[in-house]
Write a protein that binds this ligand. Structure first.
Ligand code: PDD
Length: 290
């Protein structure tokens, strides 16, 4: 079955989706994106994704006033690609549009380029159960990591290093502090309290991170938004990452340091269980065996 994508008002097969070589997304990475998880046709925290999209658009001064139309577009993509009974994701990219290459914004009023795809995203059951290994590298990104920009070259370069070292993600270090992962937020646990880098310009305010905040408050687990120092990591008993792709992912090893017995920690498991209740159970009506 050919993949159906959305481009600028049309639903069409992917091979017919043509984007101009003058698109500022292509030439300058002048655009923003979102990735939203769908649990058997039900989006996870849809409104929060749209709010973050609007913040990113405002921050880069792209004028797009039709965010209220996106839900229908995404639903149709899920249906057309027969993903409504599966675990899936939507990728949305909005660029400033296409115009002769100039570093300043083009003078004429541009039509943004709106592109969206739907894809199957199965739960990463094995890793969610056993946990993953990660490496650490300097955070070489810019100082507006709060914008979900499509300019992801630093993230891809660093993640590639993780892949080459047999690791599943790379955590980023800025001035001795763990900021986040290349495509995930980072959390550490000490004395049953959860620590994570505060919101601001140095991390992306993750939607899964919002869910963790809510779950911690429901479970009476204290969540402290202050940076974890890399050189103090051995004082923490657990570590986990969060993201639309990896949900609540236990980390059992950072570089050569192994947490506990190399198995996911108790608090991580509690948060993971609560998250799966909100997602697989409540949205998809399925209990997944982890
Ligand atoms: N990335 N931090 C960064 C740098 C990210 O790229 C992501 C998500 C997150 C987690 O955010 P959320 O919980 O909203 O997914 C944190 C997406 C999934 C991606 O680039 O594919």
């Amino acid at each position: 079955m050919p993949e159906i994508v959305y481009l600028n008002g049309f639903f069409l097969t992917k091979n017919k989706a043509l984007i101009s070589p003058d698109d500022r997304g292509f030439n300058f990475a002048d655009g923003v994106y979102e990735v939203i998880r769908y649990y058997k046709g039900q989006p996870f925290l849809f409104d929060e994704h749209i709010r973050r999209l609007e913040r990113s658009l405002n921050a880069v001064k792209i004028v797009f006033n039709d965010t209220h139309e996106l839900q229908n577009i995404f639903n149709r993509l899920i249906l057309e690609n027969r993903l409504n009974n599966l675990y899936a994701g939507i990728y949305l990219q909005i660029t400033r549009g296409s115009a002769k290459r100039t570093h300043h914004f083009p003078k004429e009023n541009l039509q943004c380029t709106i592109y969206a795809t739907a894809f199957e995203k199965k739960p990463m059951l094995k890793q969610l159960k056993t946990g993953i290994k990660v490496i650490s590298r300097p955070d070489i990104r810019w100082l507006r990591c709060d914008i979900k920009s499509i300019a992801l070259l630093p993230n891809t370069l660093i993640f590639q290093e993780a892949v080459e070292h047999g690791a599943d993600e790379c955590i980023l270090i800025r001035q001795g502090n763990i900021t986040e992962g290349t495509h995930s937020n980072a959390f550490a646990v000490k004395n049953n309290k959860v620590y994570t880098h505060p919101d601001g310009n140095l991390i992306l305010s993750g939607i899964t991170r919002i869910a963790v905040r809510k779950i911690c408050s429901e479970l009476n687990i204290e969540l402290i938004e202050e940076p974890v120092k890399q050189h103090e990591i051995h004082n923490y008993s657990e570590f986990f990452l969060t993201g639309t792709g990896n949900e609540i992912m236990p980390v059992v090893q950072i570089d050569n340091y192994i947490f506990g017995n190399g198995i996911p920690g108790k608090i991580t498991r509690e948060i993971q269980r609560a998250f799966f209740k909100h997602t697989y159970e409540q949205l998809a009506g399925e209990i997944i065996g982890i």
